[in-house]
Design a protein around this ligand. Structure first.
Ligand code: PRT
Ligand code: ZN
Length: 298
């Protein structure tokens, strides 16, 4: 029975948990999440969801305890490097890069300190929760450093006298600034991804994975796409096509009782910014509406 059910590990609570749950929901995988339960079951698909700490997700997938995991590439890379360092066998695949959990691993130093390139960090003590990623980068650059391994509160390490620099996750950069630090070097870009154990799944699991990934593709594509409607004089329609580099052929409707004006419907694969709408207006479009698209199956 268990072998025919797909097990997916997601973060229990933290920055990825809301988006991971939303992704499952948008794929119409209904999970009855229960507080403090390790495993929750899907009501409508043969899927179980394991809610765990994000740091455990790569290991659970690599060790084959779960089939899929949703995790940040930063955590994945750190676990992979750790296992490689211990000469352990690793097998996993990234099935899909996701559009949430976007951040970077960067070096931060006190704002008042001068930064004159990565070499000026030589010999410093650096606080981080990601020693293996840091070590790999510094080794490549032939720079030595002293490690201060912390599992949290990395950004206060310098003020606490524990380190000269930090290597930590950054998204807006506010945490760095509020701790009197500046970002001087991005070393690793990250976002969430779906990983699988690269073992071959049996046929029924394989079908569930295929359906899941195809639905995710639809959700991600839909999220980026917009449905645009506007009115325009029919002799001006051609002018607006060059605005949309990647879009479906537009649908053009005649307006009742008006032969000169048409209604144009376009699915745009790109985000529509105010600038695009203002340009549309300049080119003669009126009554411009932009709608989000929920799902898309191609
Ligand atoms: O309890 P558990 O171990 O599961 O969670 P956790 O506390 O280890 O991780 P969590 O929930 O903080 O982050 C989970 C994942 O979200 C990370 O591994 C990244 O992949 C991703 N992510 C995206 C981030 C951020 N953005 C982020 N900003 N993780 C952490 N941060 C931290 C950052 O280090 C800083 O301290 O958030 C703080 C604010 O960031 P700024 O730059 O926006 O000010
Ligand atoms: Zn964690």
């Amino acid at each position: 029975m268990y072998d025919n059910k797909l097990r997916i590990a997601i973060q229990k609570s933290g920055r990825l948990s809301k988006d991971s749950r939303k992704l499952l929901k948008n794929c119409d995988i209904k999970i009855n999440f229960q507080k403090n339960k390790l495993i929750s079951f899907s009501e409508n698909m043969p899927i179980d969801v394991m809610c765990v700490r994000d740091d455990d997700i790569p290991g659970l997938v690599i060790d084959g305890i779960v089939d899929l995991g949703i995790v940040g590439r930063n955590v994945l890379e750190e676990e992979v490097l750790k296992r490689k360092f211990k000469l352990e066998k690793i097998s996993f695949k990234i099935l899909k890069h996701l559009d949430f959990g976007i951040c970077r691993l960067s070096i931060g130093i006190p704002t008042e300190k001068k930064y004159c390139g990565i070499k000026c960090l030589n010999g410093l003590r650096i606080a981080t929760s990601y020693p293996y990623i840091l070590r790999k980068y510094f080794y490549k650059k032939n720079i030595s450093f002293k490690l201060c391994k912390l599992n949290g509160s990395v950004e206060v390490a310098i003020r606490a006298g524990l380190a000269d620099a930090i290597f930590d996750l950054v998204s807006t950069g506010e945490a760095l600034v509020s701790n009197g630090l500046k970002e001087v070097k991005i070393i690793h870009n990250s976002s969430a991804c779906i990983i699988s154990n690269s073992k071959n799944f049996n046929l029924s699991k394989n079908n569930i994975v295929k359906t899941f990934i195809s639905r995710i593709n639809g959700v991600v594509k839909a999220r980026k796409s917009k449905y645009i409607i506007f009115h325009i004089y029919s002799n001006k329609v051609k002018n607006i096509f060059k605005l949309f580099s990647e879009c479906e052929k537009p649908i053009i409707y005649k307006l009742l009782g008006n032969d000169d004006i048409v209604s144009v419907h376009i699915i745009s694969r790109e985000s529509i910014f105010w600038k695009t709408m203002e340009k549309l207006k300049e080119l003669g479009a009126k009554s411009i509406l932009v709608f989000p698209i929920e799902k898309m199956l191609e």
